[in-house]
Design a binder for this molecule. Structure first.
Ligand code: ADP
Ligand code: MG
Length: 856
C-alpha cells in the first residue's frame, strides 16, 4: 500500500473519530449499531474508516488507551494481510485490536494467535473490553478447556488461542468420529503475534497427534504367519512381482476366513486382511540378505540402490512386523502417527492472515517466498535513542566471561538495570553460578512452559534499579521491560501481600481501614474466594471488583505510581536498560529481539554483545580471516577488541548461516507442499462425511467412482483380470451381470448398487432405525484414518529413500511429487474399495453383531 494512501486513510479515521469524542454512551452505541447494519451489506473495506474510529473511541472509553497514528497504520496494514514490524513496546496488542474488531464483524471468526497462554489470556481480557463495547463476542481457548467450552470459544466472533493449542485442536478435529466433538469452524482470518517465532523458528517442528500405542498383536502376527505358510501359491494367492504385491484368490480368501473363524477379513473391529497379506509378502516377496538383513536380533532394511543398511528405518504398514515374526526376532514397538502438520502448512489453511513482531525485516524474503506475505516496517512513535555499541571481541571464552562478570558488577554498583542474554540454558545456569560466587543478586529466566507466569513477573521488574536478569534467547517475549519496574505489577504484589500472604508489616492506619472494609464486603457478599481471582486478574477486571477493593486499588496505584515515576527518572539518568549479549546468535533476528528489550518507547538504553573467538559462530562460520586479524591486532589476551569492521564481518557470517537455514526450511516446505494439498482435500471430504446428515448419497457416489474406475481398467485391460481376484465384491457384482465386461451397462450396475444398499438399510432398520447409518459412518471414518496414516508412513519412507535414488540426473523433488500423487491415488482407490467390502455384499458383520446383541 502506498504511503500517501495510507496517510489519507489515517487522517480520515482521525477525522471521523473527532466526531465521536463528545457522543454520549447511548449515542455511541447507536453509531456502532448503524455501522454494523452497514457491514451486513458492504465489504469490510468500505466500513474500515468508521469502524476503526469507533474501535479507537471504544478503546479509550473502556481501557483508557487511544490508538496512536502508528497503531492506526499498523492496523490498516494488518487488515490488508501484511506482516507488520513494530518494535517491542510500541503497542502491537492495541494496534491489532483494529483489524481484529473489523474482521470480527464478518461473523466468520477471527483467530488471534499468541505464543503462550499467559499472553493469550492477558490480551483477551484487556482487549476483550473493547470488543464487548462494540457488541462483539470474544473468548479464550485454554489447553484445559472442555470440548464444549472450546466449541463455544471458537464460535465467538474473536478467539484468542496459542499456536500449539490451535493446531492440536485442528488435528483432533481432523480425526474425530463424532460430529459433536468438533470444536473449530472453517478458518477465516488470523492474526499471529510474534509471527517470526512461530513461522520461522518453529516452522520445521511438525506437530504430531499420535495414537495410543497399538495393542500388542503378536499373537495375530504368529497366526497369520502360520496361515501364510499353509496357503499355496497360484491356488490361494497370486504374486504381482513387479509391484511386489500379493492378492488372495477367491478360494484363498474363503480358506483364510475359515481357518481364522471369521466371516470377513475386513471387520473394522478386528480386521485380518493386512496381517494375512503382510505375512504372505514376508514369506514370498521379501528376501533375507537382499531386501533386509538380520543383525543382533533386529531386522534392518537394505537400500536396494546403494546396498546401505538403513538404521532406524522401518517398513510401514505392518510389513516390518511381519518380517520380524518370520525371522523370530523381537517385534518392534508400534506407535502410529494419526495426524501431523507443520506450522508452515497449518497457517496456509487460512484464506487471509496478518502477523506482527518486533523483528521481521531480516526474514522478509522468506515470508514473501513461502507465505506470500509482505513485510512492512512501522517506525517507532518516538525516536529510538538506544545506543547499539559495536561488539567487544575477546580471544578466549574465559576472558569473555570475566568481562561479563566485571560489567555486571559495574552495573550492580551503579544501579543500572542489566539484562544478559545467553544462547542456552546451560550457559545461563553457568553464569548464574558465577554470580552466586560473586554475591551478585540476580534472576534467571528460562522458557519452560511451567515458568511462563513467573517469567512475566521477572520481566515486569527487570527494569528496576539494580535489577540483573539472565535470560535465554526466547524467554519473556511479549512482555515489555518498563524502566523502574511495572507499577501495576507492584500494586498487585502489594495486594497479594496484604490479603493472601498476610505478611507482618507495619501498615498505616489508612491501609488498615481499607483492608477491613474490603474483607467485610467480600465476606458479606459471601465470595471470599473471588478476592484471590480479582487480584490475579487485575487490572483487566477492575470494573467487576467490589467497590471497596476498587477504591483500594486506585489509592495504592496512585501512591505507587508516584514512587515509580521517581525511580523511572533515576533509571533513565543511569542510562536506561543495559542489554548484554554473551554470544551472537546464528540469526541477526534473534539478536535484534534481545536488543529490542531496551529503548522502549523512546527510553534511553544501551546494547552490546560480548563475543569470543571460541564462540561457535566465529569458529564455524567466521573463517580464518577474523581469527588471524584479531590475533594480529591484539597484544593483551584479556583486553577486548572493539571495532565496527569486526562487527560487520560477524554480521556477514550470520547472513551466511541465515541463508543456509532458510534453504533447509524452504526445502522442507517444498516437500510438504504436495502432502499438504492432499491433506486439505482428504480432510475436507472426511469432514463432509462427518457432518453429512444423509451419508448414503456419499457412499453411493464413492461406489460409482469405484465402478467407473474398475470398468476403465477392464477396458484398457490394465493389470486386472476378473477371474483371478474374485475377492473383490465389486468384481463379483459386475461378473454376475455379463460375460464380457466390455458390454457392461453402467446404469444397470449403478442401479444394482443402489438397490443393494437400500435393501440392506431396510433390513437393519427393522432392528433399530438409523442403526447401520451411524455405525457405517464411524467405520468409514476409521478406514479414512487408517489409510491416511498408511499414506503418511509410505510418504515418509519415500522421502527418506528418494535422495539416495535420485543421485544424478533426476530431480528428487519432482520424483517425490510424482510418487506422492501415485500413492495418494492408490490410497483413495483402496479406501473406496474397502468401503465396498464393508458395506455392499458381506454377510454384514454389523448386522450379525447387532442380531447377537439383540438376542442377548
Ligand atoms: P509490543 O507488543 O509492541 O511489544 P505491547 O502491546 O505489549 O507492545 O504494549 C506495550 C505497552 O504500551 C503496554 O503497556 C501498553 O499498555 C502501552 N500502550 C500501547 N498502546 C498505547 C497507547 N495508544 N497509549 C498509551 N499506552 C499504550
Ligand atoms: Mg507484544
Amino acid at each position: 500500500m502506498k504511503t500517501n494512501i495510507l496517510n489519507n486513510i489515517i487522517s480520515e479515521i482521525k477525522n471521523y473519530s473527532s466526531g465521536l469524542i463528545n457522543l454520549t454512551e447511548d449515542e455511541l452505541s447507536y453509531k456502532i449499531e448503524t455501522i454494523k447494519k452497514k457491514a451486513e451489506k458492504e465489504s469490510l473495506e468500505n466500513i474500515l474508516i468508521e469502524w476503526f474510529a469507533l474501535t479507537q473511541e471504544a478503546s479509550y472509553r473502556t481501557i483508557g488507551l487511544r490508538h496512536f497514528d502508528t497503531q492506526l497504520k499498523a492496523g490498516i496494514l494488518l487488515h490488508d494481510g501484511n506482516i507488520v514490524e513494530m518494535k517491542t513496546g510500541e503497542g502491537k496488542t492495541l494496534a491489532s485490536s483494529l483489524p481484529i474488531a473489523l474482521n470480527g464483524l464478518s461473523k466468520k471468526g477471527v483467530h488471534v494467535v499468541t505464543v503462550n497462554e499467559y499472553l493469550a489470556e492477558r490480551d483477551q481480557k484487556l482487549m476483550g473490553k473493547i470488543y464487548k463495547r462494540l457488541g462483539l463476542t470474544v473468548d479464550l481457548v485454554k489447553s484445559d478447556s472442555s470440548l464444549i467450552q472450546k466449541r463455544k470459544s471458537y464460535a465467538a466472533d474473536i478467539t484468542y488461542v496459542t499456536n500449539s493449542e490451535l493446531v492440536f485442536d485442528y488435528l483432533r478435529d481432523s480425526s474425530s468420529y463424532d460430529i459433536n466433538e468438533l470444536v473449530q469452524r472453517p478458518f477465516n482470518f488470523c492474526i499471529i503475534d510474534e509471527i517470526d517465532s512461530i513461522l520461522i523458528d518453529e516452522a520445521r517442528t511438525p506437530l504430531i497427534l499420535s495414537d495410543a500405542e497399538v495393542t500388542d498383536n503378536q499373537n495375530k502376527l504368529i497366526i497369520a504367519r502360520k496361515l501364510a505358510r499353509f496357503l499355496k501359491k497360484d491356488l490361494h494367492f497370486e504374486i504381482d512381482e513387479k509391484r511386489r504385491d500379493i492378492n488372495l484368490t477367491e478360494s484363498g480368501y474363503d480358506i483364510a476366513c475359515q481357518k481364522l473363524g471369521k466371516v470377513t477379513l475386513y471387520d473394522p473391529q478386528d480386521p485380518w486382511i493386512l496381517e494375512v497379506l503382510n505375512a504372505l509378502k514376508a514369506e514370498n516377496v521379501y528376501k533375507i540378505n537382499k531386501d533386509y538383513v538380520v543383525l543382533k536380533n533386529k531386522v534392518y532394511i537394505v537400500d536396494e540402490f546403494t546396498g546401505r543398511i538403513m538404521e532406524d528405518r522401518r517398513w510401514s504398514l505392518g510389513i516390518h512386523e511381519a518380517i520380524e515374526t518370520k525371522e523370530k526376532v523381537k517385534i518392534g514397538d508400534t506407535t502410529r502417527t494419526k495426524s501431523t502438520i507443520t506450522y508452515q502448512n497449518f497457517f496456509t489453511l487460512y484464506p487471509k492472515m496478518g502477523g506482527m513482531t518486533g523483528t521481521a525485516k531480516t526474514t522478509e524474503k522468506e515470508f514473501q517466498d513461502i507465505y506470500q506475505l509482505n513485510t512492512v516496517v512501522v517506525p517507532t512513535a518516538k525516536p529510538m535513542v538506544r545506543n547499539d555499541m559495536p561488539d567487544l571481541v575477546y580471544q578466549s571464552e574465559l576472558a569473555k566471561w570475566k568481562a561479563v562478570l566485571n560489567k555486571s558488577k559495574d552495573c550492580y554498583i551503579s544501579g543500572q538495570p542489566l539484562l544478559i542474554g545467553t544462547s542456552s540454558v546451560e550457559k545461563s545456569e553457568f553464569l548464574s553460578d558465577l554470580f552466586k560466587l560473586s554475591n551478585i543478586p540476580h534472576q534467571v529466566l528460562n522458557a519452560k512452559p511451567e515458568n511462563v507466569k513467573r517469567e512475566n513477573e521477572i520481566v515486569a521488574l527487570a527494569g528496576q534499579k539494580n535489577a540483573i536478569t539472565i535470560a535465554t534467547n526466547m524467554a519473556g517475549r511479549g512482555t515489555d521491560i518498563i524502566l523502574g519496574g511495572n507499577p501495576i505489577y507492584k500494586v498487585k504484589e502489594k495486594l497479594f501481600e496484604l490479603f493472601i500472604e498476610k505478611k507482618e508489616k507495619i501498615i498505616s492506619a489508612e491501609l488498615t481501614s481499607f483492608i477491613e472494609r474490603v474483607e467485610k464486603e467480600y465476606k458479606i457478599k459471601n465470595s471470599f474466594s473471588k478476592l484471590y481471582d480479582d487480584i490475579i486478574n487485575l487490572p483487566y477486571t477492575l470494573d467487576d471488583c467490589f467497590l471497596s477493593f476498587k477504591e483500594l486499588y486506585l489509592s495504592l496505584y496512585n501512591q505507587i505510581y508516584e514512587e515509580w515515576k521517581l525511580e523511572n527518572e533515576t533509571v533513565k539518568n543511569l542510562g536506561g536498560l543495559f542489554v548484554l549479549g554473551t554470544e551472537r546468535h546464528e540469526t541477526r533476528r534473534i539478536d535484534d529481539q534481545l536488543r529490542g528489550r531496551s529503548g522502549r518507547q523512546g527510553d534511553p538504553g544501551v546494547s552490546q554483545f560480548f563475543v569470543s573467538l571460541e564462540d561457535d559462530l566465529i569458529k564455524i562460520f567466521g573463517g580464518n580471516n577474523i581469527q588471524k586479524w584479531v590475533e594480529y591486532l591484539m597484544d593483551d589476551k584479556d583486553s577486548p577488541l572493539e571495532s565496527n569492521l569486526l562487527t560487520k564481518s560477524l554480521e556477514n557470517a550470520q547472513e551466511k548461516v541465515e541463508l543456509f537455514n532458510y534453504d533447509t526450511r524452504k526445502n522442507v516446505f517444498q516437500y510438504d507442499d504436495v502432502l499438504n494439498r492432499q491433506r486439505k482435500a482428504f480432510f475436507e471430504v472426511r469432514r463432509q462425511l462427518l457432518v453429512e446428515k444423509e451419508p448414503d448419497d456419499f457412499f453411493l457416489r464413492m461406489f460409482e467412482f469405484s465402478i467407473d474406475d474398475f470398468l476403465k481398467k477392464v477396458k484398457t485391460k490394465e493389470n486386472i483380470s476378473i477371474t483371478t481376484s474374485k475377492t473383490n465384491s465389486l468384481e463379483k457384482l459386475i461378473e454376475s451381470y455379463t460375460e464380457t465386461p466390455e458390454n457392461l451397462n453402467l446404469m444397470e450396475i449403478y442401479q444394482e448398487s443402489w438397490i443393494k444398499n437400500d435393501l440392506r438399510l431396510a433390513r437393519t432398520n427393522l432392528y433399530q432405525l438409523g442403526l447401520i447409518k451411524e455405525s457405517k459412518v464411524k467405520n468409514v471414518l476409521k478406514l479414512f484414518d487408517n489409510y491416511w496414516t498408511a499414506h503418511l508412513e509410505r510418504m515418509s519412507f519415500i522421502r527418506e529413500t528418494i535422495n539416495w535414488r535420485a543421485y544424478g540426473q533426476q530431480n528428487p523433488l519432482l520424483e517425490y511429487n510424482e510418487r506422492a500423487y501415485i500413492s495418494f491415488k492408490e490410497m483413495l482407490e483402496e479406501l473406496r474399495n474397502s468401503m465396498l467390502y464393508c458395506y455392499m455384499d458381506q454377510k454384514i458383520f454389523t448386522y450379525e453383531k447387532y442380531k447377537e446383541k439383540i438376542n442377548n
